[in-house]
Write a protein that binds this ligand. Sequence first.
Ligand SMILES: Cc1ncc(COP(=O)(O)O)c(C=O)c1O
Length: 391
Amino acid sequence: MIYNFDTIINREQTQCVKYDLRSMFFGTEDVLPMWVADMDFATPDFVLNAIRQRTEHPVLGYSFRGDSYHQSLISWLKRRHRWQVEKEWIAFSPGIVPALNFCTLAFTRRRDKVIVQPPVYFPFFDAVTKHGRKLLYNPLVLKNGRYEMDFGNLEEHCKSGAKMLLLCNPHNPGGSAWRREELEKMASICLKYNVLMVSDEIHSDLVNPGHSHTVLAGISPETAAATITLTAPSKTFNLAGMATASVIISNESLMRKYKKVVEALHVDLGNLFGNVAAEAAYTHGDEWLDQLLQYIDGNINYLSDFCKEHIKNIKVISPEATYMAWLDFRETGLSGDALRDFMIKTAGLGLNEGRQFGPGGDGFMRINLACPRSVLQHALENLKKAVDTLQ
Ligand SMILES: Cc1ncc(COP(=O)(O)O)c(C=O)c1O
């Protein structure tokens, strides 16, 4: 079946964060929203059909994730990532951000130090500080248009007594699909100093042609024993509103600690439709995802080519993974509030401000490319006209 990603779908007035909360976030309705990380494409038909089919039964009472869910995830991870997971290693979370918070509660104590690598998806910061733990920054280094880890600084932090590292794998924003050698080096440092690794792999299915995803826990048994993997179908299949994710832990003692927190908070049963949607996605999703990745790659190339030709002072950090691109505005001289105002008022675009993502983020903007090509074309024409006014 050929899927069509060109269709423009009106998402307004669907209680949709990206469109219906524009006034709250940008101070105006009048921006083309290319911020929140969900897609403007239809959630695939096989997911919607599975939900419709479940509504044929008239009772929506308490439910749990059955064997068929676990088998669908196990088979997906094996097919797509060559990672063999056992059913006993899989635990529930209503989302990846909740899971980051559960990990902080389960594996660290107040005032413990937790390492994050900014610029990074901003809920990583709150997942540490809101629980009275301390953030240690290991800023990524931008080298020849690609973000890399600073292993020397990482080792210093680990040596100073850090308890846990939150890894974004692949990385959001910036789009690095961490390579096996990089993860091996990172893991060897963490293992040496007994630092637990939490690997957020929500973007792992969205790796662009020419790149690949490495499952951190898959690199060695020693690494697996010190790693918590967070995964979800929400980005891949555009079902974030279903609030459903999985946490994979092969170390039994860590699993016990994780479950204790989730059960204490009584969030372990989950959402009936989330389970149904996720299982359908993992079971039927390959063909749709392969076509989606081609389309997104086309959008990434369109953006890169357009900026090279028409907006030379904005550099595109082309994502190896994820459907978000990281735009470097530093040559324009714009940063902070001036960059925010320029984007909203002059370009009419609603993007994520780089400074939200922590140290190293100011002077950048994150643009969401999971939209029909015609929408991207329109956005880039607006951006070009706005940048022309700066000269
Ligand atoms: C790296 C990363 N983790 C987690 C999330 C959100 O996960 P959830 O909606 O399951 O809490 C996002 C969404 O953009 C993300 O980019």
